[in-house]
Ligand binder design. Sequence first.
Ligand code: AQP
Length: 324
Amino acid sequence: MSRIFSGIQPSGELHIGNYLGAVKNWVALQEQYESYFCIVDYHAITVPYDPEELRARRREMVVSLLAAGIDPSMATLFIQSMVPEHTELAWIFNTVTPLGELERQTQFKDKASRQESVPAGLLNYPVLQAADILLYRADMVPVGEDQVQHLELSREIARRWNARFGDGYFAEPQAKLTPSRRILGLDGNAKMSKSMGNTVGLLEEPASIWEKLRPAVTDPARVRRTDPGTPEVCNIYHLHRAISPPDVVALVETQCRTAGWGCIDCKKVLFDHMNAELTPIRARAAEVRAHPERVEQVVNDGAATARRLAGETMREVKDRMGLA
Ligand code: AQP
């Protein structure tokens, strides 16, 4: 059985960009692959944060992932900092990673430009990510499009380490994208992102979602209700494509081009389909929250399972490097 690994930062609430771009795919793939899903808290501390908030967000992320459909009887769900082998392998990979490759990463340049003082951890973020993946010798990594460049670097790190010590020990992991690989925020500009405040939360209440959806950006050329629109340039249309069934997407397209619907009509239909997807997830979240002891058990069991495989990899790695 092939193995997959993927991670998510507890840097804010799980949003529909994360869900449609990655987590929904995790839920489908856990049935076919040996799956490791990790809440990457060491990644989340590469930007300024509040410790109490991080503690709460880690817990909330476990709840959200279980509510989204991650099933601990099929997949290993765990928290990165509970498996110290991640940072151990990251240090080792730092010694084979070219500095220039790290400086070229778009996410580094983007996040560094938003900070006065740039910690080395932000630069080394993709090295830790390579360690996350390769520690489990994963074949595939289901992620959104924003992670494709990091994954290419993981492959480069695997190649460099293999060339020096491994003789093909680490497989080069491949990205597995969904059709909704890049969901834009409701501003229609930037990627929907926890740190940009342009998100719809996976567990957000319907009234609050509608408050955000109503003023959300559509086709800018559609000024009057009677102006025909161009669906391809409208973020609401792209959200329909990610969430609504195909017959509804086709109807949206026709109604937009012919000005049969106004943008608010179109948003109401989107809102209904969002609710159909999110209502059962919210209900499951309430059930999960009612049993905190089970959540703790999932996290502890997940860390124990992850450590078994991680320990095996580290023994091999150290042996080949003259460290054991
Ligand atoms: N807008 C998006 N569209 C599609 N996929 C997305 N992902 C994130 N945003 C979108 C995918 O979700 C997974 C987990 O993401 P993450 O939290 O680890 O990393 P991120 O990309 O940094 O997410 P955010 O929301 O943008 O968080 P911040 O603001 O904290 O950096 C990944 O597979 C990612 O591709």
